[in-house]
Design a protein around this ligand. Structure first.
Ligand code: DGJ
Length: 736
């Protein structure tokens, strides 16, 4: 099993897939980090535990033991001699800020993974998948216990970690910082790769070397954000898509986060990941506990590609839940860019009728069906159907759409409240605000205080009432502004630092109630496009709208970047009407969008017969490969960030390596390029594969000599290559 403990050396050795993670309890009781990387034998690694290294201006603990400032530690405290970024910071009742944790006990939970109360988290499908190590540490003076959890997956290079703080003392404690995980690397020759962005330009890949001091990837926007995603990779200088060591750091959380990589005076790197400590403080009364979100650590010696594939698999298998976990997702058509707020039932039914001709599965009625909402100035929170606008009941509308052969879906933005709404007039105090301070508006709306149980109940009841009215099989959950004036009237002054996190506990609670009550509904989260694309939301909603930007050229970079951390099947991707982007051809746009949870965002009543036929063909093509795209291993072959972005290629390989799909895209014509080739990966080297054209080549030939993309070029071209393994001759004969 993946977790071993040696009683003599007090070394814990976790073996997750082909990776090892080792730590040791020192003589003084500190939990010291020994190793993280490629899987190694279970040798005595005590020689790696440097305890005697002093450093000027680094005081020794009161008992005279070596300074903490130069030790590699698992969960460093603050205020007692380790001056690097801490994993935990606690203010005692007397105002003192100091915490020093020592190990008191441990337990190996074989085949188990405890749940994280109220929080999204990875789960096990069966007991053979993972073991969990629980290490209890204590600061006896504070009466504080911190339990560290490490779940090591047996079959993947993935370890998840979280921490639980417990107050065993007699006075309240203020937890001002509690990270989910910390890893000390005895080196600084690392690059960081992170995903930055903005609205309409989400998750672009950026790589930068670490330096002395801190590199911080964080959000203080009250959401995981368009700007920086809760994901980072630390890698060797020479790491590429396909080779070199890479460490992934990720958080299962949708609120304020921080990933910090700090290089210290000893040229060592400390990485912490968790809730952003800024404006965070949790008051822990005696007897109470606080659980952090879960962090995901992953390792690959096959570069970023290997890292992504492991993350894709473990996210698909152990995070995404519910009826839609394994089901192929419907091809949808969404009303937003086709109609914005300007629709009634007849228009939507006409959309359904025309879309049916293209063989689409589902019509989504986006924003504008509730309260008095005809633009974005009003009605968020008034979750009752505007039958006058629709011209009929929701039930009738859904029935009419169903009669055209399509399923029916609906849009909500539950966490928002319009100042011009019945709800706001009744409960102005439900909007997040600070008394006497002005209420900032974003898109003319306030954020509703999800920390309030009465708000959670109101949303559950009002949304359930709508969902029960009609045959609804899909729900798009939007979130269109960031949090300001984060304050809660019902909490005392010394608990206001809890509101940001309580907001997410409230949201997660509501999501859980809704997904349990409506298990057949496919939920898709959204935040003005991809402003909240994170593992927290994916636990409740198996797909996320990747970006409002559906321009296929921009999407190449957005989807490439998103795929670094998230499975392809979780990325909502649509073909929008050409006026919303550069490249008009539906086939090209669809080729990019079919690398995701596919759909359309256009007015189908305006399509020509030729376009309808083209869409039918695109849909058929998507369905042909949907299983492979949904469950295959993803290889990024040619980056849209290289070669001026003129040529991009990526590939899917089925888990049994029997099929592969290679997709290549140009942006602008590549002049005078001789014999453009693509070098697929991940094939069975000895097997023979049959190309679309009927040619047969061995896997090793295809991977190393490459495939020629003859006559491939021109502006906005795409080429799709599908290869199937030839059955061995004997089997082929038998099947005839
Ligand atoms: C932002 C989303 O990203 C869009 O797709 C659309 O749903 C609008 N909100 C509706 O207001």
């Amino acid at each position: 099993m993946p977790i071993h403990y040696d009683n003599n050396t007090q070394i814990f050795h976790l073996q997750a897939g082909q990776s090892s993670y080792a730590m040791q309890v020192s003589n003084e009781g500190y939990l010291c980090h020994l190793y993280y990387g490629k899987r190694i034998s279970q040798d005595d690694l005590s020689y790696l535990n440097e305890t005697g290294r002093g450093a000027s201006f680094a005081p020794n603990p009161a008992d005279g033991s070596p300074t903490l400032d130069t030790r590699l530690q698992e969960f460093p405290g603050a205020g007692v001699g380790d001056f690097r970024v801490p994993a935990v910071g606690v203010r005692a009742a007397n105002g003192a800020y100091a915490v020093e944790l020592k190990v008191v006990s441990h337990a190996i939970l074989t085949g188990e993974k405890p749940a994280l109360p109220g929080l999204p988290a990875f789960y096990l499908n069966d007991a053979n998948e993972a073991d969990t190590l629980e290490i209890t540490m204590e600061d006896a003076l504070l009466g504080l216990r911190v339990k560290l959890y490490y779940t090591a997956f047996a079959g993947e290079n993935v370890i998840t970690r979280w921490a639980v703080a417990e107050n065993h003392g007699t006075a309240p404690l203020s937890i001002e910082n509690l990270q989910s995980a910390c890893v000390d690397f005895p080196r600084m020759d690392l690059d960081m790769v992170s995903l930055h962005g903005a609205w309409n330009r989400e998750r672009h890949v950026e790589r930068h070397p670490l330096f002395h001091g801190s590199t911080v990837i964080a959000s203080r926007r009250g959401s995981s954000s368009h700007q920086l995603n809760p994901f980072a990779v630390l890698c060797d200088k020479h790491a590429t898509e396909h080779s070199g060591s890479a460490y992934g750091v990720q958080l299962v959380y949708s609120g304020n986060f921080k990933i910090e990589a700090e290089v210290n005076q000893m040229h060592c790197t400390r990485v912490t990941v968790g809730i952003n400590p800024e404006n965070f403080a949790w008051r822990l009364q005696p007897g109470e506990s606080f659980t952090t979100p879960e962090a995901v650590l992953s390792y690959s010696d096959e570069g970023f590609g290997g890292l992504s594939r492991a993350l894709h698999r473990v996210t698909r298998n152990n995070l995404v839940r519910g009826e839609w976990k394994h089901k192929l997702r419907p091809i949808k058509i969404n009303s937003w860019e086709a109609a914005y707020f300007n629709f009634d039932a007849d228009k939507l039914v006409a959309f359904a009728r025309e879309a049916a001709k293209t063989d689409v599965d589902l019509l989504v009625m986006d924003d504008g069906w509730f309260g008095l909402r005809n633009d974005d100035t009003t009605s968020l929170g008034d979750w009752f159907v505007n039958e006058e606008k629709l011209g009929c009941s929701l039930k009738e509308l859904a029935e009419r759409v169903n009669a055209e052969g399509l399923d029916f879906g609906i849009w909500f933005e539950p966490e928002m409240i319009s100042p011009d709404s019945e709800l706001y007039r009744k409960h102005p105090d439900w909007a997040l605000h600070i008394p006497e301070r002005g209420r900032s508006l974003g898109r003319r709306q306030c954020v509703i205080n999800m920390a309030l149980p009465e708000v959670q109940d109101y949303l559950f009841d009002s949304m359930s009432a709508v969902l029960k009215q009609a045959n609804i099989t899909y729900l798009k959950w939007d979130f269109n502004r960031n949090l300001t004036e984060v304050f809660c009237n019902s909490l005392p002054a010394n608990q206001q630092g809890e509101v940001g996190h309580r907001f997410y506990l409230g949201l997660y609670d509501l999501c859980e109630r809704l997904v349990q009550a409506f298990p057949h509904i496919l939920f898709e989260s959204c935040s003005g496009g991809g402003g909240r694309f994170d593992l927290g939301m994916l636990y409740y909603m198996p797909q996320t709208w990747t970006s409002d930007n559906t321009d296929p050229v921009d999407r190449l970079k957005i989807q490439w970047g998103t795929s670094m951390a998230y499975p392809i099947m979780t990325m909502g991707a649509h073909v929008a009407a050409p006026y919303h982007g550069r490249a008009g051809k539906i086939g090209y746009r669809a080729a990019v969008a079919t690398t995701g949870a596919f759909g359309y965002e256009l007015d189908p009543t305006k399509l020509t017969d030729e376009q309808i036929a083209e869409m039918r063909e695109c849909n058929a093509e998507f369905r042909r490969h949907q299983q492979l795209v949904s469950t295959g291993d993803f290889y990024r072959l040619v980056s849209p960030y290289d070669n001026d972005g003129h040529y991009t290629a990526w590939q899917f390989v089925s888990p049994d390596k029997s099929e592969t799909l290679i997709q290549c895209f140009t942006v602008f014509n590549l002049h005078n390029v001789w014999d453009l080739r693509v070098y697929p990966q991940g094939l069975d080297a000895d097997a023979q594969y049959e190309l679309d054209c009927g040619a047969v080549l061995h896997g090793d030939t295809i991977m190393h000599a490459g495939l020629r993309l003859q006559h491939f070029g021109g502006d906005f071209s795409h080429r799709l290559l599908f290869l199937k393994k030839k059955p061995p001759a004997a089997e082929a004969d038998a099947s005839q």
